[in-house]
Structures are given as structure tokens and as C-alpha cells.
Design a protein around this ligand. Structure first.
Ligand code: DAH
Length: 342
């Protein structure tokens, strides 16, 4: 038995000689001390030992087990210390290093204006409706009192996708979708992209509009004017005034072009307002009775006003941007200038 014990001790020494990780150590430990390990098997064999030899054998085996356990504990402690030191070394951070700077982004001027408009009109009780960008001829033109042979179709160079489908040229198309689905009182704001075959310093084939529509009993041009005054003060400044000029849109009657007093020179005349003291900002009018009728709204009972503006145009005016392309190029040097605006 003593031989067997010596042998086991020797093989333990051999096995742990080069062990580096606690995982391998654990495996070796199991080999000797595990349930079916070498020492445990020896202990099981005690059954076959004659009773008078059992006490002395038992002593020897217990001593072996204790020795083995102490041996493993000592090695385990050494390995753990080593592994911990290694981990500390690897995970060491130099707290004196300067921090990494993460650059803040900025809202795009279009987004800034859109959000500002939404917040101004939401404050007046408008709800948002977003119509589809691919429209059919009916919603974009016919239902807006612009039948196929109407000269006003020439005002907008349309991208057709098929005979009937097109990229909407105006968010006004959404007015019809709203009025078909909801009866008055209606008070909606409809932001979105629109498309026209047009391209220069102040026009782009894709741009954004903000449409508004109010329909209820007793709505008049006065309501439109009052709401526009509020809009102009909030967006361009507390002293800014509005004026209406007669205009033409097929879906409104009467139609108006809305100017705001020049917020740059206060109306005296400058480069921005081209010396006139006024700046055109949007189109509007009283919803044409044919349009209401087409949506099953009785024009003798209800009236409404609508307005539509170009978001890029408002952004260009407000931030003094002289070329519309800047709004679409994504040049970081341009966009950085809007940092902090919200
Ligand atoms: N849809 C017109 C355009 O794109 C703008 C417009 C004018 C919208 C008058 C309206 C309106 O709702 O009443 O030029």
C-alpha cells in the first residue's frame, strides 16, 4: 500500500509540474480527488482489506488525501494570484490619458424648421397627417380642381411614373385624403417631400413642403390672416407683419400669396427683401367649393382655408442660405454651423 501511495504522490507531482491555468489544475484535481478519481478508488477498495489492517490503512489513505488536498490548494492559490495579476495588468487603465471627444451632431436646417413649424401649429391645435409620396393623378390634380386639360398643370413639371401614377408635386394632395376620411371640424398639418422637374439655385427636383388645412362652420379669410400673423411672429420675430396679395391656385378661391415684412431690415428695404420690405413665404386661400363638394363636404355648410409653404425656402430665409444645394449636399462644414440649434 505504501508503494501505491508513493506512486500516487509521484504522479501528482509529475502532473502539477507545469500547470499554468486553474482550468487544467481542476482537471488534474478531478483525476485524483474526483468521485471516480485514483484516491477515491483506493478508498473504495478498503472493503477488501482484512478488518485488522483497516485502521492503519485508513490512516495512511486519509493522510494521503489531506496531503493531496493541501498540495492542490497551494498550487491553486499560486495560479489564482498569478492570473489575477495578469488580469490587472491587462485591464490597467491610464486615468491620466486625455478623454476621447465624441462630436455632437447637429439637426439639419430642414429638420429644425419642420420641427419649429410643427410646434407652432401644434400649439394652435393642428394634427399631423402624412400622405404618400407616390400619388395618383386624382389626388395630386383632379380632386384639387385641376382637371387634365387645366393650364395650371403647367405650373408644376411633374415626374410621371405611369399614365396615372406620379411623384406628388404638392402636399396639397393630402388635403383630399384627409377630407375623404374625416368630416369637419378638420385642422391638419401635413409635412412631406414633393417632387418637380426643376433645378437651379432656388429649386430642387425634391424639396419639402408644409401644408395646412382647416375646415369648419364659419371659417373665413380673417381666420387665415390671424393664424398667419401668429405663425410669422413665432417663426420670424415678434415684430413681423403679414400681408396678403391676390393670387391664383385652382383649389382655392380666393387665393392669396402671403408676404412677411422683412425681418432683416424691419421693412425699410435691404438685399434680402430686394428693397421691397416684404418677403413672399407661402401660398394660401379659401378652399374652393368644388374641392369640398368632391369630398362630400357641403360648401354651403362648411368653409375652410388652406396654405402651403416650402420648408427649404423658410430655412434659406431664416438662416441666410443663398443656395438651395447646400441643403442637400450634406457638407459637414455647412451642417456644423447648426450645432446646438433645436
Ligand atoms: N400647393 C401649392 C404649391 O405647391 C401651395 C399652396 C397654395 C398650397 C395655396 C395650399 C394653398 O394649400 O391653399 O405651389
Amino acid at each position: 500500500m505504501q508503494d501505491k501511495i508513493n506512486e500516487i504522490e509521484k504522479s501528482i507531482d509529475e502532473a502539477v509540474k507545469d500547470v499554468q491555468s486553474s482550468k487544467t489544475l481542476q482537471e488534474i484535481k478531478m483525476r485524483f480527488l474526483g468521485k471516480t478519481g485514483e484516491i477515491s478508488s483506493l478508498m473504495k477498495n478498503m472493503r477488501d482489506v482484512p478488518p485488522e489492517q483497516r485502521p492503519s490503512m485508513g490512516k495512511l489513505l486519509n493522510a494521503l488525501r489531506e496531503w493531496t488536498e493541501e498540495r492542490f490548494d497551494a498550487i491553486e492559490k499560486r495560479i489564482k494570484d498569478f492570473e489575477l495579476k495578469k488580469k490587472y495588468k491587462e485591464e490597467k487603465i491610464d486615468v491620466t490619458l486625455p478623454g476621447r471627444v465624441t462630436e455632437d451632431g447637429a439637426y439639419h436646417p430642414n429638420t429644425l424648421i419642420r420641427n419649429e413649424l410643427i410646434s407652432v401649429f401644434a400649439g394652435m391645435g393642428f394634427e399631423i397627417f402624412e400622405g404618400p409620396e407616390i400619388e395618383n393623378d386624382y389626388y395630386n390634380f383632379t380632386a384639387l380642381n385641376t382637371p387634365a386639360d387645366h393650364p395650371a398643370r403647367d405650373m408644376q413639371d411633374t415626374f410621371y411614373l405611369s399614365n396615372d401614377l406620379l411623384l406628388r408635386t404638392q402636399t396639397s394632395a393630402g388635403q383630399i385624403r384627409v377630407m375623404e376620411n374625416k368630416k369637419p371640424p378638420i385642422k391638419i398639418l401635413s409635412p412631406g417631400k414633393v417632387y418637380r422637374s426643376d433645378d437651379d439655385a432656388t429649386h430642387s427636383p425634391m424639396f419639402s413642403q408644409m401644408e395646412g388645412l382647416v375646415v369648419d362652420k364659419g371659417i373665413t379669410l380673417c381666420d387665415l390672416k390671424g393664424m398667419l400673423d401668429e405663425f410669422a411672429r413665432k417663426i420670424f420675430g415678434a415684430n413681423v407683419k403679414t400681408r396678403l396679395r391676390p393670387s391664383y391656385f385652382p383649389f382655392t378661391e380666393p387665393s392669396v400669396e402671403v408676404d412677411v415684412s422683412c425681418f432683416e431690415c424691419g421693412g425699410k428695404g435691404c438685399r434680402l427683401c430686394k428693397g421691397t420690405g416684404w418677403i413672399e413665404v407661402l401660398g394660401a386661400g379659401m378652399v374652393n367649393r368644388h374641392v369640398l363638394e368632391g369630398c362630400d363636404i357641403d360648401p354651403d355648410e362648411y368653409t375652410g382655408f388652406a396654405f402651403g409653404m416650402g420648408i427649404e425656402r423658410i430655412a434659406m430665409l431664416k438662416y441666410g442660405i443663398n443656395n438651395m444645394k447646400l441643403l442637400f449636399e450634406g457638407d459637414v462644414r455647412f451642417l456644423k454651423q447648426f450645432k446646438g440649434e433645436r
